[in-house]
Design a protein around this ligand. Structure first.
Ligand code: ZN
Length: 540
C-alpha cells in the first residue's frame, strides 16, 4: 500500500551541517523546496541557540538535521530512512493555522519480521523490522523512483510571522530548547512531527470510523476504549466513531508506556478554593495553554473575581487588578480572553468550559502580548465560581495519589475531544498529562526535545521499534538503550559538544567525558563507550 503525493517533485539530498562525520543512523533528508524558498531561503540570519547558520535556509537545514540526528541516535535500523522535507507556505490566517504536518509516506503489511499479520506498519518501522528496504521505489512512477521510496514526509509552514499568517510568532531555530516566549521552537515541533512519521499515529479516519484500506494498523492494536473494554483493532467502524469522542476513556495499553508513565508524570494538582463555604473545595484544572506564562500556584493564590463581561471578549470593566479573573469559554478565542483580563490588570485568568457536563479544556491560540498565566476549569465548577462573584484561592495543591494523565485503569490517556479533530484525535497523548509531553496535540514552551523525548520512545518500543545508542552511522550500542527510562537521549550532550567545541581536541575531550559518565553510571558498556569514542574521534 502506498500513499502518494504526486504533486511533489524531486529535490536534492541536503548536506548535513554538523561537525559529526554524518548524521546518525541512516536518516536522509530530501529537500523539496525550489531555489530561494524554504530550506533555500537566502535571507541573512544571526546564529542562535547553538545553531551556527547565517541564512534562514541554513538554520532550517541545521535544526532539521539535528532532529534526524537525535532520533537516529536512539532508534535502531539498518535501513536508510528517507525523509522528504519542505518549508513552503501552509494554510494559515492572521491568528492561527498549521505549523507543520507530517506522517509516514508508505505503509507495509505481512513483511518478514512483522509481529502482527494483516496489519499496517509505517514504512520506516517495517524496514527496520525486515532488515532491508521493502519499497525502494517504482521506476515507472512519474514522480521519480527516489521519492517513491521515501519513508516519511514533513511540511513546515515557512510563512508564520508574515502578514496574514499567525502574526506575531516566528520560528526559533536554536538547538537548545530555549525559544523566547513569542517564538515557536522548531526543533521541538520537528521532533514531534518526525515521531508521527516514525509511527506515532493510527491510520484510521475517526470521523467515519474507516480503516485505511479496511485494515488494522499496528498503533490501533494498542488503543483501548475503557467504556467497552475493546481495542480499536477489535471494533466496527461505528464503534470507532463512538469511541473517538469519549473524552478520558481512550487509553494506550502498550506495556512500555504503562510501566514508565508513573515515573515521568506528576501527581494531579488541584485548584484549592477556601471561601466562601458554598464553593470551597478542590477543583480539577488544566494548564499548558499555548499562550501566556507558565501557571504557578502563587499566581493563582488570592481573590478570584468573575469578569465583566463574563465571556471576557472585551477588556474587563470591573475591579480585577492584582486578582485572578474568571471568565467563560465562548464567542472569542482563549488568548483574546486572557489578554482582556490582563489589560484590566488581572494577574492570572481562569477560563471556565461552557460545554455541559465536561471538564477543563485544552487551550490553543497564540498572542505574544499575553504574559499572564491561564488555566481552565470544568463547566460546572466554573459556573459555581462565577456565581459566587468573588472567592478565595489557596493556589494549587497536589492530590495524594492521582497521576496527571492516567485514566482510572492506570493507562495513559489518548487525546479524544468531544468533537473529532482529524489528524489530532487519538494520535496524541491527552492534554491532561503533566508535565506536558512531546506528543500532546499543542506545542508548549516547556518541551525540551533537544535532549528529552519523555514517553515517545516507550510508545515506539511498544509498536516494535528496537532502540540503542548510536552515533554518526556507527551503530555502536549493542545492548545499550538509546535513552533513559525518563526519555533523556544519551547522545544529546555529544551533539552539544559538537556545537560548542572550538577545536577537534576540545570536541573529543568533551565527548569522552560524557561517554565516561554514561559508562560510570552503568548505562553503556565499556565496549560501547570505546566504539562511540572512535566514532566521535573521526568527527569534527
Ligand atoms: Zn501531532
Amino acid at each position: 500500500m502506498k500513499k502518494t503525493f504526486k504533486a511533489l517533485c524531486a529535490g536534492a539530498i541536503l548536506g548535513v551541517a554538523s561537525m559529526l562525520p554524518a548524521q546518525a543512523a541512516n536518516f536522509t533528508l530530501v529537500n523539496l523546496d525550489p531555489p530561494g524558498i524554504g530550506f533555500n531561503d537566502p535571507a541573512p540570519a544571526t546564529p542562535v541557540g547553538g545553531n551556527p547558520g547565517t541564512t534562514v535556509g541554513q538554520q532550517r537545514i541545521i535544526a532539521y538535521s539535528r532532529a534526524l540526528q537525535l532520533w537516529g541516535s536512539v532508534l535502531k535500523s539498518d535501513v536508510q530512512i528517507i525523509v522528504l522535507g519542505s518549508f513552503s507556505p501552509l494554510t494559515c490566517t492572521a491568528t492561527g493555522g498549521t505549523l507543520a504536518q507530517a506522517g509516514a509516506y508508505n505503509g507495509e503489511l505481512n513483511f518478514p519480521g512483522a509481529a502482527v499479520a494483516n496489519t499496517i506498519y509505517p514504512e520506516a518501522l517495517a524496514n527496520s523490522l525486515a532488515g532491508f528496504d521493502l519499497y525502494t521505489g517504482d521506476p515507472a512512477s512519474p514522480d521519480g523512483a527516489f521519492i517513491d521510496g521515501a519513508d516519511i514526509i514533513a511540511f513546515f509552514n515557512g510563512n508564520i510571522g508574515t502578514p496574514g499568517c499567525i502574526e506575531g510568532s516566528t520560528w526559533y531555530y536554536g538547538l537548545d530548547s530555549n525559544a523566547p516566549a513569542a517564538k515557536t521552537d522548531f526543533l521541538n515541533v520537528f521532533m514531534h512531527e518526525l515521531s508521527h512519521g516514525l509511527g506515532f499515529a493510527n491510520w484510521v479516519n475517526e470521523q467515519t470510523g474507516a480503516r485505511a484500506g479496511g485494515l488494522n494498523d499496528i498503533y490501533m492494536t494498542f488503543q483501548k476504549d475503557i467504556a467497552t473494554g475493546k481495542l480499536w483493532s477489535q471494533m466496527t467502524a461505528a464503534e470507532i466513531r463512538a469511541a473517538a469522542i469519549r473524552d478520558g476513556q481512550e487509553v494506550w495499553v502498550g506495556p512500555n508506556v504503562t510501566a514508565r508513565a508513573p515515573g515521568i508524570l506528576d501527581r494531579v494538582k488541584l485548584l484549592t478554593i477556601t471561601a466562601p463555604a458554598a464553593v470551597a473545595g478542590q477543583y480539577d484544572f488544566l494548564g499548558g495553554a499555548s499562550f501566556g506564562s507558565v501557571p504557578t500556584s502563587a499566581a493563582f493564590t488570592g481573590d478570584v473575581v468573575a469578569g465583566v463581561p463574563v465571556d471576557g471578549c472585551a477588556p474587563l470593566s470591573n475591579a480585577v487588578a492584582g486578582k485572578v479573573a474568571i471568565v467563560r469559554r465562548g464567542t472569542c478565542g482563549f488568548a483574546v480572553k486572557a489578554l482582556n483580563a490582563q489589560l484590566a490588570g488581572a494577574k492570572a485568568v481562569i477560563i471556565a468550559n461552557n460545554v455541559a457536563g465536561t471538564g477543563p479544556v485544552g487551550m490553543g491560540g497564540t498572542d505574544p502580548n499575553v504574559t499572564i498565566p491561564a488555566i481552565s476549569v470544568g463547566t460546572n465548577d466554573g459556573n459555581n465560581l462565577i456565581a459566587a462573584g468573588t472567592s478565595a484561592s489557596a493556589g494549587f495543591q497536589p492530590h495524594p495519589t492521582r497521576i496527571a494523565g492516567l485514566a482510572s485503569d492506570g493507562h495513559l490517556r489518548l487525546y479524544a475531544p468531544t468533537v473529532v479533530a482529524l489528524g489530532s484525535t487519538a494520535s496524541h497523548w491527552d492534554v491532561v498529562a503533566e508535565p506536558s509531553l512531546l506528543m500532546e496535540p499543542f506545542n508548549t514552551p516547556l518541551l525540551e526535545a533537544s535532549h528529552n523525548v519523555d514517553l515517545t520512545l516507550a510508545l515506539f518500543e511498544d509498536i516494535g521499534w528496537k532502540t540503542e545508542i548510536s552515533l554518526a552511522g556507527c551503530g555502536a550500542g549493542s545492548g545499550s538503550r538509546g535513552a533513559s527510562l525518563t526519555g533523556e537521549i544519551y547522545a544529546a550532550p555529544i551533539f552539544v559538544c559538537s556545537d560548542t567545541a572550538a577545536t577537534k581536541g576540545d570536541f573529543q575531550s568533551c565527548t569522552v567525558q560524557h561517554l565516561s559518565s554514561l559508562r560510570n553510571a552503568g548505562l553503556i558498556s565499556g565496549a560501547t563507550k570505546g566504539t562511540l569514542g572512535v566514532c566521535a574521534a573521526n568527527g569534527k
